[in-house]
Ligand binder design. Structure first.
Ligand code: NAD
Length: 284
């Protein structure tokens, strides 16, 4: 048996970033600025790291990045005031709010307030609703990343059987709907699904976004399947050191799958690239 082909998210992302840089340059030549504004409340380490990566990625494609930092003690109305100002500011192309938000700041309400045209994470219910209508306006970045990675394999999505493990509003559900739009036959599973392994074993396309290490093992993957691992889990490795793994038992599953995305270096870098692609789309 041969190993699966690796879906290299970093290489795919680099190609997307090159094309974004060209589009940003064209917009600038027409006198249009491209600027992503991010709001970060409190001291979450993961969020700070993500903000740093965003800043680097924006500068690599010639986009402006502005981070609005607020202390953990910030109130709901303070965050609302920033969103209102950014919505009204014509120099601001795109807005995203780092999660988590502290207690007392209503994340749902904040996300719903982001202007639909500037909502580059696709978290406003209006944008998520558009996916159901097949209007691919501003789609959640991770779901877009997953679709790009599946498409990069060249497999026929139409008519294939797809299983999406995990059904969160921001990842699992939009992925399932996008696969439905592409005319796959889609099953969405969650932590209460019974006969889980039977379902995944029949999948031509298997997307795991549960946040459970080693959830997908070689025994529950169909031979030749496309396996996309969205999970990001911090665990203590065999060497006693902390490391990041996905939901898929990568070493074992790569002997069964036809295509597989690694963690790290898979969906993560592509998600950042999709955020910037949505930003340039918002500017255009
Ligand atoms: P979430 O906690 O909101 O949702 C998890 C979903 O998985 C739920 O529907 C839950 O029912 C389901 N689930 C949990 N255990 C399960 C099991 N044993 N079997 C089947 N389904 C199960 O999580 P989320 O925000 O969607 O994130 C999921 C994972 O993806 C996390 O590891 C997160 O860190 C990662 N993530 C990665 C990116 C990226 O850019 N790579 C982006 C977002 C999220």
């Amino acid at each position: 048996m041969t190993d699966a082909a690796i879906i290299d998210g970093s290489a795919l992302a680099a190609r997307v970033m090159d094309s974004i840089a060209v589009r940003v340059e064209e917009l600038k030549a027409r006198g249009k600025c491209v600027r992503l504004d991010a709001i970060l409340v409190g001291g979450d380490q993961g969020a700070h790291l993500y903000a740093k990566n965003q800043e680097k990625a924006c500068s690599a494609v010639g986009m402006e990045y502005k981070l609005h930092e607020l202390p953990e003690s910030a109130s709901h109305s303070e965050v609302v005031a920033i969103i209102e100002a950014l919505n009204a500011n014509p120099l601001v192309t795109a807005i995203m709010v780092h999660m988590p938000l502290p207690e007392g700041v209503d994340a749902d309400e904040i996300q719903t307030m982001i202007s639909v045209d500037k909502d580059v994470e696709g978290v406003n219910p209006a944008n998520i609703g558009n996916i159901v209508f097949g209007r691919r306006s501003l789609v959640p970045c991770t779901a877009l990343a997953v679709m790009e990675m599946i498409e990069s394999t060249g497999i026929e999505i139409r008519g294939s059987r797809a299983v999406c493990v995990g059904a969160s509003t921001i990842v699992g559900k939009p992925v399932a709907v996008l696969l439905m739009q592409a005319e796959a036959t889609v099953i969405s599973t969650n932590e209460f699904t019974t006969d889980h392994d039977l379902l995944t074993k029949k999948a031509d396309i298997l997307v795991s976004a549960a946040g459970v290490p080693n959830l997908v093992t070689a025994g529950n993957v169909k031979e030749g399947a496309v396996v996309i691992d969205v999970g990001i889990n911090r665990i203590v490795g065999e060497d006693g050191k902390k490391c990041t793994v996905g939901d898929v038992d990568y070493e074992a599953v790569k002997n069964v799958a036809g295509f597989i995305s690694p963690v790290p270096g898979g969906v993560g870098p592509m998600t950042v690239a999709m955020l910037l692609r949505n930003t340039v789309q918002a500017a255009e």
